[in-house]
Design a protein around this ligand. Structure first.
Ligand SMILES: Nc1nc2c(ncn2[C@@H]2O[C@H](COP(=O)(O)OP(=O)(O)OP(=O)(O)O)[C@@H](O)[C@H]2O)c(=O)[nH]1
Ligand SMILES: [Mg+2]
Ligand SMILES: [Zn+2]
Length: 286
């Protein structure tokens, strides 16, 4: 039988089964010698003497260290249009970190009801959409159907500054989720014995991690050339003269050419130039 680990508390693994039940399983000894099962892992398990036992971890598409979670399909970047003001610089840094990990970024822009008609936000939205990114906008009164649709059948990590409206959005998507996570944060607030663990919650027909990801914007262990290769905007630029072109000052750079001709977003490119300076500061690359 196969299932998906949605929660781990010490040696007890909650597995979401294919027929939609949650069962508690143990990990077979041979498993724990190899890589440890993570929340998000798809596993093979068996029923042995009334106990569910995980036999095998199926191959991962990716995994994050903080929060510890495997097979993340997408990271939802929640950013408000105003209060706090929308920052393309911050959004792009998150897009870069997320893409570096082979995770799909999805941008959700909140508080659209507070936006003035001449706001630059419309220009930014168009820029991201032209570059091929998914952008979903929500306001106080607009429905959240598009967000629900984006979550369906996927494992999602949420990210975004304080006050942008993550909790508000989750509340609107699913009352049960909101209540569960509030209980967790209340329990943690009490301090004692609140072991930190990651858990996946069903929201609509998708799964969301209860801890925000990508809170640290640390690029020091990221390799610049690898990063350049994973940024969606640059991927169809064609071959630069140098194979190891980082698209900074090199001659015959296709990316720079396409920025000049308007085929690649200048906003993204300038944010890339800012970011690439922060890369390769530490040798132990991730
Ligand atoms: N007008 C308007 N206000 C919103 C919207 N979304 C959230 N807010 C308000 O923005 C404030 C912050 O929202 P939260 O949902 O608490 O933000 P958060 O991202 O969960 O913040 P942290 O928990 O600190 O990370 C609240 O006062 C919300 O009522 C929106 O779409 N429109
Ligand atoms: Mg919140
Ligand atoms: Zn180049």
């Amino acid at each position: 039988m196969t299932g998906l680990i949605i929660k781990i508390v010490s040696n007890q693994y909650t597995v979401h089964t294919e027929d939609g039940k949650d069962v508690v399983a143990v990990a077979m000894g041979k498993l724990r010698l190899g890589s440890k099962p993570l929340v998000g892992d798809r596993v093979e398990y068996e029923l042995i003497d009334d106990r569910y036992a995980i036999q095998k971890i199926l191959p991962r598409t990716n995994y994050l260290v903080r929060p510890a979670i495997a097979n993340v399909d997408q990271a939802m970047i929640v950013m408000s249009a105003v209060e706090p003001d929308f920052s393309p610089r911050l959004v792009d840094k998150l897009i870069f970190l997320i893409s570096y990990r082979f995770i799909e970024p999805v941008l959700v822009i909140t508080k659209m009801d507070l936006v003035k008609e001449d706001s630059r936000i419309y220009e930014y939205i168009e820029d991201y959409r032209n570059s091929g990114y998914t952008v979903i906008t929500v306001g106080a009164d607009s429905d959240v159907e598009y967000v629900r649709e984006a979550l369906r059948g996927r494992i999602t990590v949420l990210t975004g500054q304080s006050g942008v409206g993550k909790s508000t959005l989750l509340n609107r998507l699913d009352e049960a989720f909101a209540t569960a996570t509030q209980e967790i944060s209340r329990a943690r607030g009490r301090g004692k014995h609140t072991t930190r663990h990651t858990q996946l919650y069903e929201v609509g027909e998708g799964l969301i991690a209860d801890t925000p990801g990508f809170s640290s914007l640390d690029f020091s262990r990221i390799d610049a050339l690898t990063l350049a290769g994973r940024i969606h905007d640059f991927q169809n630029a064609g071959e630069c003269r140098f194979k190891d072109c980082k698209h900074i000052n090199e001659p015959d750079c296709r990316v720079k050419k396409k920025v000049e001709s308007g085929e690649i977003s200048r906003i993204r490119y300038l944010n890339y130039l800012d970011t690439v300076k922060l890369c390769n500061q530490k040798e132990d690359w991730e």
